[in-house]
Design a protein around this ligand. Structure first.
Ligand SMILES: C[S@@+](CC[C@H](N)C(=O)[O-])C[C@H]1O[C@@H](n2cnc3c(N)ncnc32)[C@H](O)[C@@H]1O
Length: 285
């Protein structure tokens, strides 16, 4: 995927305004949501707190955690456009060594609002902590929901090279014609990254670790490439992309890189306070 050229720097507003291009709100997402009109956002993409007791969250019971998230998700639904999408990226909540898969727990919250699941994407990564009492966790998921049956899906903008790009039908009415789409193939619902493993139908998007070039002090950063695919597929230029738990702003960067409007909120003032050695996922071994 080629990186678009940044032309002029865009101002970053600290409060929502429909004319803004980039909004970064420092504070609680609920307060920020109160500023946003109905039917405004084309893509909500986020990795919410997992209730793991990290620096930015108080660990509470799973029931209390999900209740608080349900209230936020109802407000996110309100600001989402009819043709809009929500991408909810989660891993596991772990208590006393028992795994609670958050995507399963979140599914009903979205369904009760009337959202439609389009994909449960597996984001597989090659690195992480080594478990001693279960298999080491090497994937998380992204639940992609749409608000209605009329939604944006720009498949041609995210196609990946076919395994055999020049392959042709060898018999029948289409004999001699290309058998695949010359623009490439659908990237599938298993995402890794990159340019190495096309033949395995995987994008190997590495999770952002200490030695990753995008690494900041945040313990659970999105890789920008992961958001780029969602932005390109699920929005059009000038649409609003919103990360309610924005962290270091990876989702906003991906949106701005592709000429979308970007907004995000995060309750933390000092991203630099985070421990650079903290791991992304599967934290309680
Ligand atoms: C899993 S991290 C998201 C990281 C982000 N995807 C990135 O690329 O940096 C969750 C973020 O939610 C923020 N957060 C937690 N509770 C919040 C709240 N009530 N309102 C806004 N942000 C909150 C935390 O400060 C943390 O940065």
């Amino acid at each position: 995927m080629s990186l678009p050229f940044f032309r002029t720097p865009k101002p970053i507003e600290s409060q929502f305004s429909p004319q803004a291009e980039i909004v970064l709100y420092q504070g609680d997402v609920k307060d920020f949501l109160a500023e946003i009109p109905n039917d405004m956002v084309s893509l909500i993409i986020t990795s919410p707190p997992y209730n793991l007791g990290k620096d930015y969250e108080n660990r509470v019971s799973i029931v209390t955690y999900l209740k608080a998230q349900t209230e936020i998700i109802a407000e996110l639904f309100r600001v989402l456009k009819t043709e809009g999408s929500i991408c909810w990226q989660v891993g596991n909540f772990i208590e006393n060594g028992e795994v609670y898969p958050l995507d399963i727990l979140y599914y009903d919250i979205f369904k009760k609002l009337g959202l439609h699941l389009r994909n449960r994407i597996i984001w597989r990564f090659g690195h992480g902590l080594h478990a001693s009492k279960r298999f080491s966790g090497r994937y998380e998921t992204i639940l992609w929901f749409t608000k209605s049956d009329k939604y944006i899906f720009n498949l041609d903008d995210i196609r990946v090279p076919s395994k055999y790009p020049g392959k042709r039908h060898f018999k029948g009415a289409k004999k001699g014609q290309l058998s695949g789409n010359p623009l490439g193939k659908n990237p599938s619902d298993v995402w890794e990254v990159v340019t190495r493993d096309w033949e395995e139908e995987l994008w190997d998007i590495p999770n952002v670790k200490a030695n990753h070039p995008e690494k900041t002090g945040h313990p659970c950063q999105f890789p920008i490439e992961l958001v780029e695919r969602c932005v390109l597929a699920l929005t059009n230029e000038d649409d609003w992309v919103f990360d309610p738990f924005a962290g270091v702003g990876s989702a906003l960067i991906a949106a701005v890189m592709h000429n979308r409007r970007a907004m995000g909120s995060d309750s933390d003032k000092e991203e630099g306070n985070y421990s650079a050695s903290a791991e992304y996922t599967d934290l309680s071994l």
